[in-house]
Design a protein around this ligand. Structure first.
Ligand code: ADE
Length: 241
């Protein structure tokens, strides 16, 4: 999978060098390219923002650098530069607190794409015309990490790249570890324990030492439901809120 990130803080993404995703990049499973939005400015101050039309607080990111950046990162005729096996238009993701909620299902969907482009906004947002214009190049998605406000999209994009990247076959060594995770079946994960069986006077639930696999599976399922009811009743209601 190819991932392009456009940002005014490329250094944020240096952490992609380490850990699982670093290995996936080194092995060629993930081709991540980070671009500095200011490379597509043409003034001495490398200006990327301006005051909002209609007034109001804060600054808005100018459309011109974004337009040029997306022109450069996404081939105008995707068919012309498609790598072998690539069949789709790119998916262009703008993190935004005003976007649709990022979920495990969305991560799974994104993990099947050939080419993801992330555009990190700062300040009060990006000129709305950039999103309309980007539709000419690919599928545009505005995506929120949750109901809180970050200073910019970089941290949200890091989270999305990690959630998506680990679902690409070969990135996580043991694919079984992906199956029994929180959110994969709409429930939170069951509690886990390892040795020693007694630690600071606290025992591991005896059922886990019983060797009865059927009973263990049933206990774990019950724990998932209890936890989900306590911590995330919205998931049981079948409600994404
Ligand atoms: N940018 C600022 N806040 C954000 C959020 N909650 N999710 C995604 N991008 C953001």
């Amino acid at each position: 999978m190819r991932i392009d990130v456009v940002t005014i803080f490329p250094a944020f993404f240096d952490v992609l060098e380490v850990s699982l995703l670093g290995r996936a990049r080194a092995s060629g499973l993930l081709d991540v390219r980070v671009h500095d939005l200011r490379d597509w400015t043409h003034d001495r101050h490398r200006t990327v923002d301006d005051t909002p039309y209609g007034g109001g607080a804060g600054m808005v990111m100018k459309p011109e650098p974004w337009g040029e950046a997306l022109d450069a990162v996404i081939p105008a005729d995707p068919a012309a530069e498609r790598a072998e096996g690539e069949t789709q238009r790119p998916t262009i993701v703008f993190p935004s607190p005003a976007g649709e909620l990022f979920t495990q299902a969305m991560a799974r969907d994104f993990s099947t794409r050939d080419h993801l482009v992330f555009g990190c906004g700062r300040y009060e947002g990006i000129d709305e015309r950039v999103f309309d214009d980007a539709h000419t190049r690919g599928e545009v998605r505005l995506v929120s990490l949750g109901d809180y406000v970050l200073n910019g999209g970089e941290v949200a994009v890091m989270a999305m790249i990690e959630a998506v990247g680990r679902l690409i076959p070969g990135v996580v060594g043991n694919p079984e570890s992906l199956i029994e995770e929180s959110h994969e079946d709409g429930l939170l994960e069951y509690p886990s324990y390892t040795k020693p069986a007694l630690w600071r006077g606290r025992e591991v639930p005896p059922i886990l030492l019983s060797g009865n696999h059927g009973a263990i599976a049933q206990w774990r399922r019950e724990q998932q439901i209890v936890r989900t009811r306590e911590r995330r009743p919205d998931l049981l209601a079948g409600d994404d809120a």
